[in-house]
Ligand binder design. Structure first.
Ligand SMILES: *Cc1c(COP(=O)(O)O)cnc(C)c1O
Length: 389
């Protein structure tokens, strides 16, 4: 027997990522591969950087895609900015904050944890107290959009506090970029990383990052070499840097970069504010539908992400059974709970092009069918859409 070509099933992706990919993006992936130092590829990469500055709302010169998934963007920020002995305040209110702590330790830093409640935004007052108690801190790190719980933290207020206490900021925007208001320059974020497969609806595997001038100063004046060769920004700058003569560092994932370029072009065409508003609209409709079905969201209103909705699993309902029926009968993927919330919640994603009316209605309809409920969430959501004109 010979193994045949792989043809994946056609799913609707409404989990924590990857999200549905725009057909224009899969088409871009199939374009001819050229050399990564080909002048045409270099020209396209300059456009990617410009488009990324638009998406991040920044004029940071060091804004570029790392050739690896979001976790590598996270690692890039920590290994470049944290020097051995540096005290780093890390806010943990979910799984990804926990990973930041790991990163600080592995880079030789000393993490100071602000432990928050899962399902709530980072507590700004607690962070202020911690900054006051540790005046020798160098960095404040937090997750803007905590995908494990669906909570959105006040990045603007946290960055202001960090500045007042002479700390740089590292912000995880893997799930927020393209889905929630995010202002790198306006809020004074020093280092930020994101992903392609969440609200940008691109294929996974690339992590855009951006560093402020203050962050670049810290990186270029380090006393210790960055422990990671691959992620050392001092070396990567020579590969992606605008105007610099490109030198071989690694082979960029050429076709994946075409896809990412297309994703950013789509974002620019829609307009980033319109993309934020679209996520919000469909989140509101989904929330109305879930409420009509008697289902509850974990995060209180005002701290909710549009793009990730953690829903409490009702008593007596079999978590895995529901998700597996949604997948097998309706080709619909929703996410399981993660960490402390495993088995307690479902995570319904409305990310990128997955945030649309058809998905909201079919998700509510499929949930109703699988739960055997007589409460019609889809009708409630439709009424909400109509009320919005
Ligand atoms: C998905 C995610 C990551 C990790 O991204 P990968 O591409 O899976 O490596 C990091 N932080 C947050 C908040 C995420 O949602």
């Amino acid at each position: 027997m010979t193994i045949q070509s792989f043809h994946p099933p056609k799913r609707t992706l409404m989990g924590p990522g990857p999200s549905d990919v725009y057909p224009r993006i899969t088409e871009a992936l199939s374009r001819p591969t050229i050399g990564h130092l080909d002048p045409e590829f270099v020209r396209m990469m300059d456009e990617v950087k410009e488009l990324l500055q638009y998406a991040f709302r920044t004029s940071n010169a060091l804004t570029l895609p790392i050739s690896a998934p979001g976790s590598a963007g996270m690692e890039a920020c920590f290994v470049n900015l944290v020097e051995p002995g540096d005290k780093v305040i890390v806010c943990t209110n979910g799984v990804f904050g926990g990973r930041m702590k790991e990163n600080v330790e592995r880079a030789g830093g000393e993490p100071v944890i602000v432990q928050g409640e899962w399902g709530r935004a980072v507590d700004v007052a607690e962070v202020e107290k911690t900054l006051q108690a540790h005046p020798d801190s160098k960095i404040l790190a937090f997750v803007h959009a905590e995908t494990s719980t669906g909570a959105r933290s006040d990045a603007e207020a946290l960055c202001r506090l960090a500045r007042e206490h002479n700390c740089l900021t590292i912000v995880d925007a893997v799930t927020s970029l393209g889905g929630s208001e995010l202002e790198v320059d306006g809020w004074g974020i020093d280092a930020i990383y994101s992903g392609t497969q969440k609200c940008l609806s691109c294929v996974p595997g690339i992590s855009p990052v951006s560093f402020s001038e203050k962050a670049v100063e810290k990186i270029s004046s380090r006393k210790h070499k960055v422990q990671s060769w691959f992620l050392d920004m001092n070396l990567i700058m020579g590969y992606w840097g605008k105007g610099t003569k490109r030198a071989y560092h690694h082979t960029a994932p050429v076709n994946a970069m075409y896809a990412f370029h297309e994703a950013l072009v789509i974002l620019q065409e829609e307009g980033i504010e319109n993309a934020w508003a679209r996520h919000k609209l469909h989140h509101n409709a989904l929330a109305k539908g879930l409420e009509a079905m008697g289902l509850e969201l974990v995060v209180p209103e005002g701290e909710r992400l549009s793009q990730l909705n953690a829903v409490k699993i009702p008593d007596g309902v079999d978590d895995a059974q529901v998700r597996s029926e949604l997948l097998s009968k309706y080709n619909l993927e929703i996410g399981a709970g993660l960490g402390n919330l495993a088995g307690k919640v479902w995570r319904i994603g409305l990310m990128g092009c997955s945030a649309n009316q058809t998905n909201v209605l079919s998700c509510l309809g499929a949930l109703q069918a699988v739960l055997g409920s007589d409460k019609n969430g889809a009708v409630a959501a439709l009424e909400f859409y109509h009320s919005q004109g």
